[in-house]
Write a protein that binds this ligand. Sequence first.
Ligand code: ATP
Ligand code: MG
Length: 363
Amino acid sequence: MSSSNLQISGLGKRYGDFVALAPTHLDVARGEFLTLLGPSGSGKTTLLSLIAGLAQPDEGQVLIDGADVTYGAPYERDIGMVFQNYALFPHMSIEENIAFPLKMRKVPAAEARRRAMEALEMVRLPHVAARLPRELSGGQQQRIALARCMVYRPAIILMDEPLGALDKKLRDQMQLEIKRIHRELGTTIVYVTHDQEEAMTMSDRICLMNGGAIEQLGTPADLYFRPRTLFVADFLGESNLLRGIVDSIDGDTLSVKLERQGVTGLALSNGAPVRAGQQVTLMLRPQNLRISAAGAGGGPSLTGRLLDVMVTGSLTKLYLDPGIADAEPIVVAYPTQRQAEHYAIGQSLSVSWQAADAVAIPE
Ligand SMILES: Nc1ncnc2c1ncn2[C@@H]1O[C@H](COP(=O)(O)OP(=O)(O)OP(=O)(O)O)[C@@H](O)[C@H]1O
Ligand SMILES: [Mg+2]
């Protein structure tokens, strides 16, 4: 048994001249939770449909447990699917809905009923078995769709924006529910979302897509702290992006002379090849910046005038004028505390960071 459950090899899809998916390679491990993340039109649903067999590729292969299923019918693949519109059968009871895939697979009625009830327990809705779909809330219907997909224990479950239609609170609950079920069943899940927070919370690995190709594949921390490109840095979470020129290189650590204020600061390489004299962008996460009254001493720092203070619940954010026309303000964030230091609007502040908290992204 190979450890990779799903192998995608050189898989590509065009619509006329338009490349919806450039030849793509991707290995998904058994039991992994992999999320396809990316802006609208980046090819997430296209890739999922090719895995499911709902669309045919122009090139490449899909292997499940080493077997080539590229041109096999959807039902020949050991795959379950959950989509954004849960599409329950309106005239069937919840129990019949869940038992349906088993009936199609000729599982005896008593056995099907037992397993449907088990799946209902799994999504914590055993009491709705006799109801019709319209007698359930949106979140409950979504859980039934999940139960219906799990009931025949597919090796791989594909989910395309399954929580898109739910409000924030229900989404959060369902995220936990899906994670719990994933842990309990050990199913391989390929999940699609364009919500970066959802991707960060749920995934073992994120496959960030852009324009029909993989931009970066890695753990949430890889993408968040070591983005390979500006697109990745910008797509995941808030960041300060500062342009500069590499001054010198010492192993993994680069010394970078910033355009702003001519300050030289340290940053880690993002792993891409880089040389002295090259243009790079430094990425600094707001929560990794330290703030002090200007001229307080210490390492190299940027200074700026305080434009605004925003308390966004658990985080307090400071916006500093970088002193350059048209440049974005520098954002600094720290946990909101009752007895926080008080800064005055217009006050001049220094911002500093440690090399480990800055990443240099070569142009
Ligand atoms: N049947 C089709 N015919 C022509 N173009 C298509 C077809 N299906 C998808 N596309 C195009 O392929 C590109 C990728 O579409 P896809 O549905 O994979 O995007 P997505 O990443 O799922 O986006 P979203 O987040 O909006 O769901 C889009 O530009 C889309 O217009
Ligand atoms: Mg889509």
